[in-house]
Design a protein. Sequence first.
Length: 94
Amino acid sequence: MPKVARKTIEVGKVLKMANSFLAAENTTSEEREAVASLLEAILFESGNYRGYRYLEGSDYPEEIMSGSRRYYFVSGTVSTDYEAENRDINVIRV
């Protein structure tokens, strides 16, 4: 049986990447809903869910707001990792 590589990633880093994705202009509402669903599962399972707020519709004038534009609040336990993550999701995304 082949050996499976294991890697861990900080929840704060995932949260920052997801928040960036949810705010990015080049995403669809379906993509954002999928990311939000996965992120909520990670946050609940790790005990770091603190809720979310909807992003302002005025920031996306060409878009009909669907509720998928969200910002998830940062738990104090992951704030250091959240602040350390500074990659631009639009550069990462193909």
